[in-house]
Design a protein around this ligand. Structure first.
Ligand SMILES: Nc1ncnc2c1ncn2[C@@H]1O[C@H](COP(=O)(O)OP(=O)(O)OP(=O)(O)O)[C@@H](O)[C@H]1O
Length: 847
């Protein structure tokens, strides 16, 4: 696509954002909402609109090549990302559910689920591509160094004696000969049968012309039937009842391939323009310093001298030179009316206490602090008395940490980019005028610092020469300042001492190598979040209205994992201010794709994968010291090379009451250390602990749920998801779907199978040999049935066990309480209000 298209897209996104921003008010200005359902609808609509905006902004940021536009876009993009996560958190708090259903809102807004698919910005990986490639290379080299041992292991796995090998070959060879012999025998028998029939039938009596007509008739019939089938297939495609042929294979069309190439080319142009821009920043600043610097200096000096004289004329004394950070710029700042009024008030208030300007300032500062404290106290009250507030006043959106940034970026867009004439910038390179404006301010600040030093000295000299002042003052204040600094640095030193560095002499590369050699850091298979297939649940709200608790679909799982893990982990700015997620538990039956999701998180965010599963740690870093070193290493390397993901497979074992003696992996090793270490993870550390569990009910609920902050239950796939995955997997394995293969039947009979098992079925059937026969012998439904029948099912008892366990988790309990409270309220007020609650979304019965 062209520059114009992306600019237009950006404009549309900004317009939509401006419209949506009208709803973004601070809590004090919001009108409280008493109806929970209506408030959820409001939040969900905002959330969906933000997703749409995010999708547009992400595409623009990925493809726009203008470096200065990208800077503004990045600010808006991060702001929208953060705001989206805040809204998600509000919905979770309101509904006490991790998954939400929006099908009714989508139909109101006339959107499809694809329109609101959560995008994961590509810049998460593209902007650290160099680092990631270098790390991947290092990992590859280390693994190559360790290579032989792994190969030996593999060799040991397939070890067999010579006799066994000969027997295997003999069995195969005899089977082959047997099949060949059977084929010959069948052909001989068929030939004998044919000659016997010929002998009994005698010489042919049919006229050769009649025979030819008969053959022609049959052949024409075949041809016409083929043609009709083809025409019917084409018509079905045209009517949209069947997908076009290219959709049945995983191959991309030429147009798609071309589009991807263009996108790559734009990214290359983007980096070239960025380099030019970075260079321009330096050269333009230099030029400004050379050309405009001397004039600036002179003007500033003149102004300040003038001020010295004016002050002396007015007060009879030379003034004190401003000490603030801004230096003399403070004197010439243009102030707004409100600022001036505030200053006057402060002066009036401070006037009673004493004349000292500094005192006044201090008073002002402390006043500010008090103000903050008061705010904080109010906030605290708000939290404690939240329920009361909700009951009395109604529901309101919480204060956002991102709307300020979004607002600033929007203003920048409005003032600079919205109406900018770019007719002479066809290539979309940087705008030098804008750089000059920004750099002029910087140069001015630098020159002012120099001028301030000079003028401070000059003022001192004037005071000594004319006012006969003594030189002591300066020295005193200097001493004081030093004292203060000393104290501050002392405090910092203490803070630093808290965490002992066990490996002060090793570089991060060495520690990284150690962890790779020990198999703790693993190579991540490249899996994108989009590879995690799953269809949208179109019945969520309908089921809710029927008082049934809908199960989330795999598309909901994909979206929620993206929100909880990928979006905050990918961006430093978002992670710092968005609701903090330190740990995540993925609970679900075997083969549901838990590890695949972890790999997708790492791929999408460029995170390192630390495998802390008990089976992987067995025999490594033994003893207490070993454990201390391990914890130190993973957190040190994890922080230095963030983002990092700590994976624990079968994490329930860590909190199991009884470990069977046959289990030698010591799964409780990290039980004390890990929760302690996770408590020290701050908002600026992009570290995420992900646990995978097939049987979470075996763990002690309390410590288990306190380690894993967020819990996602992954259900077995529903019909729609199975249908989708069958089609996708068959295409991925080069299978061709024809009329003989009924995908709907396959989806129906695999009810209870997980995705992993469906994948195994595909792999078992679609062997190379079978694929070679595809043209002559299309795939049929029947051949899949025996393979499916051999696969394991998720039994209803297992599913029930998951649901029951989830009800014991903190969010599950909260949800149960909320439902009970709602029911009570409905019963209490029901007599009066009757059928008033149309949507009744909160009163879910458990299925
Ligand atoms: N939604 C999905 N879309 C595509 N492939 C999937 C999906 N879910 C699972 N798979 C595939 O199924 C296989 C098994 O997945 P994975 O190993 O992640 O499951 P798991 O839940 O971790 O299993 P276990 O608990 O037994 O370790 C993988 O090859 C994965 O690619």
């Amino acid at each position: 696509m062209s520059h114009i298209t992306y600019n237009k897209e950006w404009r549309e996104a900004q317009q939509a954002l401006a419209d949506l921003f009208e709803n973004e008010k601070p809590p004090e200005a919001q009108k409280p909402e008493k109806d929970k359902v209506a408030f959820f609808q409001f939040l969900a609509t905002m959330y969906i609109k933000y997703i749409q905006i995010l999708r547009k902004l992400e595409a623009c940021y990925d493809q726009i090549v203008h470096p200065q536009k990208r800077l503004v876009l990045r600010n808006v993009l991060d702001g929208v990302l953060g705001r989206l996560l805040e809204l998600k958190q509000e919905m979770v708090d309101l509904e006490c559910l991790e998954y939400h259903f929006f099908d009714d809102i989508l139909s109101d807004l006339k959107l499809t689920p694809n329109d609101v698919e959560m995008p994961i910005p590509k810049y998460f990986v593209l902007e650290q591509e160099k680092n990631l490639r270098a790390r991947q290379q290092l990992l590859g080299q280390i693994l190559a160094k360790m290579g032989p041992s792994e190969k030996e292991e593999k060799a040991a796995e397939v070890k067999m004696s010579l006799e066994e090998a000969i027997r295997l070959v003999q069995v195969q060879e005899r089977a082959r000969q047997g099949r060949l012999r059977a084929k010959f025998m069948r052909e001989i028998r068929e030939q004998e049968e044919k000659s016997r029939q010929d002998a009994t039938r005698g010489a042919p009596t049919l006229d050769p012309v009649d025979a030819a007509v008969r053959i022609q008739k049959l052949w024409r019939g075949v041809m016409i039937r083929r043609k009709v089938t083809r025409l019917r297939d084409d018509e079905f495609v045209w009517l949209g009842m069947n997908p076009p042929a290219q959709f049945l294979t995983a191959k991309k069309s030429t147009a798609q391939v071309h589009a991807l190439k263009v996108q790559d080319m734009r990214r290359v142009t983007q980096s070239m323009h960025r380099q030019e821009y970075d260079q321009a920043l330096v050269t333009i600043k230099e030029k400004l310093r050379e050309t405009e610097g001397p004039d600036m200096k002179e003007t500033m000096q003149d102004q300040i001298r003038q001020w010295f004289l004016e002050c002396r004329d007015a007060t009879g004394k030379f003034p004190d030179y401003p000490d603030g950070e801004e230096g003399s710029a403070e004197l010439f700042k243009q102030k707004s009316v409100a600022e001036l009024e505030r200053e006057l008030k402060e002066k009036e208030e401070g006037g009673g206490k004493g004349k000292g300007g500094k005192k006044g300032k201090k008073g002002g500062k402390s006043g500010g602090k008090k103000g903050k404290d008061a705010k904080g106290k109010k906030g605290g009250k708000g939290k404690k008395g939240k329920k009361d507030d909700d009951d009395d006043e109604g529901l309101k959106m919480k204060e956002s940490k991102f709307t300020g940034d979004i607002g600033r970026a929007m203003q920048e867009y409005e003032s600079i980019w919205k109406l900018r004439d770019e007719s002479d910038n066809f290539q979309q390179k940087h705008d030098s005028e804008l750089i000059k404006e920004a750099k002029r301010v910087e140069v001015e600040r630098e020159i002012r610092q120099q001028v301030d030093e000079l003028m401070r000295q000059e003022l001192q000299n004037l005071k000594v020469a004319i006012d006969k002042e003594k030189v002591r003052k300066g020295k005193k204040s200097g001493k004081k300042k030093k004292g203060k600094k000393g104290k501050k640095s002392g405090k910092k030193g203490k803070k630093g001492k808290k965490e002992k560095d066990l490996t002060p002499d090793s570089t991060i590369e060495e520690l990284f190598e150690e962890l790779v050699m020990n198999g703790i850091i693993k190579k991540v298979p490249k899996v994108s979040m989009a590879d995690y297939e799953g269809e949208y649940n179109y019945l969520g709200t309908t089921l809710k209205q029927a008082n049934l608790e809908p199960m989330p679909s795999l598309a909901d799982v994909r979206r929620t994992v993206s929100e909880l893990a990928c979006l905050p982990m990918g961006s430093e700015v978002v992670h710092k201010s968005a609701p903090l997620v330190k740990s995540l538990l993925l609970a679900g039956p075997s083969g549901i794709g838990k590890k695949m999701l972890v790999h997708a998180i790492c791929t999408e965010t460029g995170a390192n994968l630390f495998d802390l599963s008990a089976t992987n740690l067995a025999g490594k870093y033994p003893g207490k010291d070993g454990l201390r070193r391990l914890m130190h290493l993973i957190f040190k390397v994890g922080r230095a090379l963030q983002p990092s993901v700590f994976l624990i497979d079968d994490c329930d074992k860590m909190f199991k009451k009884k470990i069977p003696k046959s289990d030698t992996s010591d799964p409780k090793r990290l039980k004390k250390e890990l929760p302690k270490a996770m408590k020290n993870v701050k908002a600026e550390d992009r570290l995420l602990l992900v646990g995978c569990s097939r049987s979470p009910w075996e763990a002690d609920v309390k410590p288990f749920c306190s380690l894993y902050q967020r819990i996602l239950l992954i259900p077995r796939p529903d019909y729609a998801s199975r249908h989708l995955i069958w089609r996708r997997l068959l295409a991925k394995h080069n299978g061709i779907i024809t009329g003989a293969l009924d995908v709907s039947t396959l989806a129906k009979v695999t009810d209870g199978n997980t995705m992993g098992q469906i994948k195994l079925c595909c792999e078992e059937i679609l062997t190379e040999r079978r694929l070679a026969q595809m043209a002559k012998r299309p795939l049929t439904t029947q051949e899949f049935i025996p393979v499916i029948a051999r696969r394991e099912f998720v039994h209803s008892e297992e599913e029930e066990a998951f649901k029951k366990w989830y009800n014991k988790t903190p969010l599950g309990k909260k949800r149960a309480k909320a439902i009970a409270a709602d029911e009570e309220e409905a019963q209490g007020g029901g007599k009066g209000k009757g059928k008033g609650k149309g949507k009744g979304g909160k009163k879910g019965k458990k299925k």
